[in-house]
Design a protein around this ligand. Structure first.
Ligand code: SAM
Length: 138
């Protein structure tokens, strides 16, 4: 983690913290401070399923979840978007609720957080291949 001072647009001096990968749990965001996260986890697990605009770098909610909640706690994201918080809650063994006004966001979050049985997935894949093999182009 690197704390540096850079010139801002509105205020003459704002400090910018540059973080590569996971944030240290002892890290505190200071008032007025900017954070630049260089993510290592954007495609980790289901995080890369869709390029939902303005989604979190997973490292930020992971830090907040682990810093402010315990295993088994409930986390609410009332503007869940692509469900980054909810995926990270699964990773950190927290329960979570996602709310979003956008039906696509709700579908995407459900897809990204629903565990699938490996045998069902394999059977479905084989069924799909068989359907394609039998498909006659028009
Ligand atoms: C910045 S995005 C959240 C992105 C999310 N953190 C992620 O990582 O994908 C904000 C979300 O808030 C939702 N939203 C906006 N107004 C809302 C409202 N009044 N109630 C519920 N969701 C709302 C939008 O549909 C959008 O998905």
């Amino acid at each position: 983690m690197r704390r540096s001072i850079k010139k801002g647009m509105q205020q003459p001096l704002l400090s910018t913290v540059t973080i590569q990968g996971d944030l240290d749990l002892h890290f505190d965001i200071r008032p007025g401070e900017r954070i630049l996260i260089i993510s290592n986890a954007q495609s980790y697990l289901t995080h890369g399923f869709h390029r939902y605009p303005t989604k979190f770098f997973p490292e930020l909610p992971r830090w907040a979840i682990q810093k402010y909640t315990k295993v088994g706690d409930w986390v609410l994201d009332p503007m869940a978007g692509s469900g980054t918080v909810n995926v990270e809650c699964i990773v950190s063994k927290r329960n979570s609720i996602a709310i979003d006004v956008d039906p696509f966001a709700r579908l995407l979050t459900r897809v990204k957080t629903t565990p699938l049985r490996e045998d069902v997935l394999a059977d479905t894949f084989n069924w799909l291949l068989a359907q394609l093999a039998n498909c006659v182009p028009p």
